[in-house]
Design a protein around this ligand. Structure first.
Ligand code: GLU
Length: 314
């Protein structure tokens, strides 16, 4: 795949997405997200040489929301290792991102780190021995390090709004605390969770952040700096494939065939192991809460490049 081809492909996809009239529904349960126009579409691909191909609104910042759960998981595995798995599972939930129903049956152990309950446990793990401010600072530093971009910030208004309206997340955290699976005060764990979700990035920054997942844990294609081990990278990608799109994960694997993580801000980070890190953004969501046009765009991209991990070309 030459750079020229990839630029043509992203340009074609952006032009095609601009024509769509059915663009999904923008998330409105977090008030600042409701103000974002569904007309946006952006895409960035970074390939294994480090070349960058962007089109549409790839430089416009959006709320990455649940995509940040991938970065929080990476940090938590780095600090407590596999002991994390005593407190959070590795199975698809088959339920909505904010579901509470399984927690009663499964004694406060969330199904995976990418549903809200699981990510709140991850936030609680990161908090051990630290103050929320320190953890949030460390999280931002991690993002600055993996992207090489110190301008990335947390949108404080979004974090505050999640705090003010996140009754479901408070319920999840309190319920897990009742099962002793939240060890710190609920408000502190949630404070971290809300700030992590409120990370503001554009497609170019997000695709940069995903490079370590493309490169087997190395920070980027042109460096030996290691963020996480090759084995952990493979396992995070497996979780993204199985659980990265909530109860739409099977459909995403069927249509796109790449490990990916979506957020209710309309972003998706998708990884082609060893080949590319891809970020797409379009704020309108489908019925499972995943970006409608973002999914269609990735489906088109994979058709044109043959990048599905399930390709049978040998
Ligand atoms: N901050 C959002 C919430 O807790 C994240 C949801 C998402 O992106 O899926 O509801």
């Amino acid at each position: 795949m030459t750079p020229h081809n990839l630029q043509t492909i992203v340009d074609d996809i952006a032009a095609e997405m601009a024509q769509h009239t059915l663009r999904g529904k923008v998330a409105d349960y977090i008030p600042p997200l409701a103000c974002v126009s569904p007309d946006h579409f952006g895409i960035t691909i970074i390939d294994r040489k480090g070349d960058v191909f962007s089109a549409g609104d790839a430089d416009k910042a959006f709320s990455i929301q649940s995509i940040s759960k991938v970065f929080a998981l990476t940090m938590a595995l780095g600090s407590v290792g596999d002991s994390l798995w005593a407190r959070v599972g590795r199975e698809p939930s088959g339920s909505g991102f904010n579901s509470i129903v399984q927690l009663e049956w499964e004694k406060g152990i969330p199904r995976n780190p990418f549903i809200n309950a699981g990510a709140i446990v991850v936030a609680d793990v990161l908090l051990a021995g630290y103050q929320p401010k320190e953890v949030i600072g460390e999280f931002l530093r991690f993002l600055h390090m993996v992207t090489g971009d110190n301008t990335i910030t947390i949108d404080k208004a979004v974090a505050q709004s999640e705090q003010d309206t996140g009754f479901g997340n408070f319920a999840l955290a309190n319920y897990m605390r009742a099962f002793k699976n939240i060890h710190n005060p609920v408000e502190k764990a949630l404070g971290i969770y809300f700030h992590i979700c409120a990370l503001s990035m554009n497609c170019q920054q997000l695709a940069m952040a995903g490079r370590y997942l493309m490169c087997g844990g190395r920070r980027g294609p042109n460096t030996q700096d290691t963020i996480i081990s090759r084995q952990r990278t493979r396992r995070i990608l497996a979780l993204m494939m199985m659980c990265g799109h909530y109860d739409g994960s099977g459909e995403f694997a069927y249509r796109v065939g790449l490990p990916g993580k979506s957020g209710v801000g309309g972003g998706i980070l998708a990884i082609v192991p060893g080949i590319a890190s891809i970020a797409v953004w379009s704020p309108g969501l489908n019925t499972t809460g995943n970006s409608k046009l973002g999914t269609i765009a990735l489906e088109h991209l994979v058709k044109r490049t043959g990048w599905s991990v399930f390709r049978a070309d040998k």
